[in-house]
Design a protein. Structure first.
Length: 525
């Protein structure tokens, strides 16, 4: 009897659950709309916008770099998720109490590390809309507007950068928005790999993919971004690092020599990554020389202009990409220097079929009636899912216009040269690389160890934030990078940073002099 009673109760509960589902309610009477409480979002969405605006408006009041140690946050928040809902007020209190003390403030006027990370309210608003639409635009039918706007925005960008027409969208050319240039480099490398394997097998019909793969070798500068080396590791390909010249660009004579050596040893040179604006010094590989070499040996030339690409909206800087007509692919990050929030990286391909063929799978659940005539971006990158990133390009380009973005870029470059002038007026410092765009690399004259100590003093002081770099060849060289990153910088910001560096240099040199004098006294005694 008890078993029968339990069965009746179970059936009764099941019926109640079914009715609840049909009525759109839980058993407790709450509507499913509790998961999207529209009034609550209007309230706290408005408050979040106010919070972000206040944060960015008053960011100078915060310390640019956090004074915390690894593992700080796990000690402050619970070690498991809450079982019951918490209020927005509680969440935002904890944001200010626990999260903000551990944030490195990239939008701070005293942030001069790395390269800029784009930010604008137009881009933020576009991301809000993208999150609200909440679609995954892997095929045309999964979100037609997402696909179509991306096609148009990629062509807009190609035109304002002055790229060759063969990168514009057509049946077999165009581009795609990726998350970063790291992804773009990997995809270009994989496409070049598959192209070369097919070509190798045309001459060696019995060769397996693995045999062809073992013959391939690619090239990049020692100054190239670490993502190039990582792409080689991921794809199981041999990539050779070519030494740089005195301008920190790839030595083209060594490049051609390496290609000849590898060809004579039975290898197949197939890929070369040229960098326009290296991470360490903003050095430029010479496309006018590298391009013809790649064409001569039928090598896929990929161009990484992650940082510098934004500068090409200014015609006076397009000389830096002369030779781009030889490139098979070109990538840059609007999210670095074009007031567009992360993530947003665009890569163009001269021959899209090599990309599509490298990643083409076509399961029934992704097919649709328009796929012969529509763009499906799922064939052009590694993930299937993708965000509606083109919205923030569209919003930002329309809100600012090309002329205002050009003025933004030119101001950064002008202020970088102003910082260089301040450095050169001070006999204690030297500039170790040509200042072309918004990066200045400096050190204390002829002294790696003192420069290293100065860098640590700057970081310990905490008023400004910079990063360092160093080379081992042709001789050890340690230096400090100063990048203009703030969205609205002026000369006062630059002078402030220089004065901090100058003050700390004075203390360091005085301390070092006293230390040397003490050693001399002790030695004499």
């Amino acid at each position: 009897m008890e078993d029968l009673f339990d069965l009746k109760c179970s059936l009764s509960n099941d019926l109640k659950q079914m009715k609840a589902l049909q009525n759109g309610t839980h058993l407790n009477g709450d509507h499913f709309d509790e998961y999207l409480d529209h009034d609550e979002f209007r309230n706290y969405g408005t408050k979040m916008i106010q919070y972000v605006a206040d944060y960015l408006e008053n960011i100078e009041e915060r310390k640019v770099f956090p004074n915390i140690k690894p593992g700080y946050l796990a000690k402050l928040i619970p070690d498991k998720a809450p079982d019951e809902p918490e209020s927005w007020e509680e969440i935002m209190q904890d944001v200010e109490k626990f999260i903000m003390p551990g944030v490195t403030h990239w939008q701070h006027p005293r942030f001069h590390a790395y390269f800029p990370c784009g930010c604008s309210y137009s881009s933020i608003c576009a991301d809000i809309l993208s999150a609200g639409i909440s679609s995954i635009g892997f095929t045309w039918v999964s979100n037609p507007a997402c696909t179509e706007l991306e096609v148009v925005m990629i062509d807009w960008m190609a035109k304002i950068l002055g790229l060759p027409n063969h990168f514009l969208f057509s049946k077999n050319s165009g581009g795609v928005i990726q998350g970063s240039c790291s992804e773009s480099t990997l995809v270009a490398l994989l496409a070049a790999r598959n192209k070369s394997i097919k070509e190798y097998q045309c001459f060696h019909p019995n060769a397996t993919n693995y045999e062809a793969l073992s013959k391939l070798v690619g090239y990049y500068s020692v100054q190239a971004h670490s993502s190039v080396e990582r792409a080689g590791l991921i794809s199981l390909l041999k990539l050779r690092a070519i030494e740089s010249n005195e301008h920190y660009g790839m030595d083209t004579e060594l490049l051609e020599k390496a290609i000849e050596e590898d060809s004579n040893n039975g290898l197949t040179p197939f890929f070369c990554c040229a960098t326009l604006g290296t991470t360490a010094t903003c050095g430029f590989d010479n496309l006018k020389k590298i391009g013809p070499i790649c064409s001569k040996y039928d090598i896929w030339l990929h161009v990484d202009a992650a940082y510098s690409g934004s500068a090409f909206i200014c015609p006076e800087y397009r000389y830096l990409m002369e030779g781009i007509e030889h490139a098979m692919s070109f990538a840059f990050n609007p999210h670095k220097w074009m007031l567009i929030n992360f993530d947003c990286s665009i890569v163009w391909y001269r021959e899209l079929n090599w990309i599509r063929n490298s990643f083409h799978v076509d399961p029934p659940y992704l097919k649709h009636e328009y796929q012969e005539n529509a763009v499906d971006f799922r064939h052009m990158h590694i993930p299937l899912g993708r965000r509606f990133r083109s919205l923030k390009i569209w919003f930002t380009l329309r809100r600012y216009g090309v002329k205002k973005l050009q003025a933004y870029i030119r101001n950064h470059i002008e202020l970088a040269h102003y910082f260089k002038e301040l450095m050169l007026r001070d006999e204690r410092f030297e500039i170790i690389a040509e200042v072309v765009l918004g990066l200045v690399c400096f050190r204390l004259k002829n002294d790696n160890e003192l420069t290293r100590q100065l860098y640590h003093d700057i970081e310990d002081d905490g008023r400004i934030h910079l990063v360092s770099s160093e080379f081992e060849l042709p001789e050890p060289l340690f230096f400090i990078r100063f990048a203009v990153c703030y969205h609205s910088p002026n000369k006062q910001h630059i002078e402030y940073a220089f004065n901090v560096i100058s003050e700390l240099t004075e203390k360091l040199l005085n301390s070092n002099t006293c230390h040397n004098n003490d050693n001399n006294i002790n030695g004499d005694s």
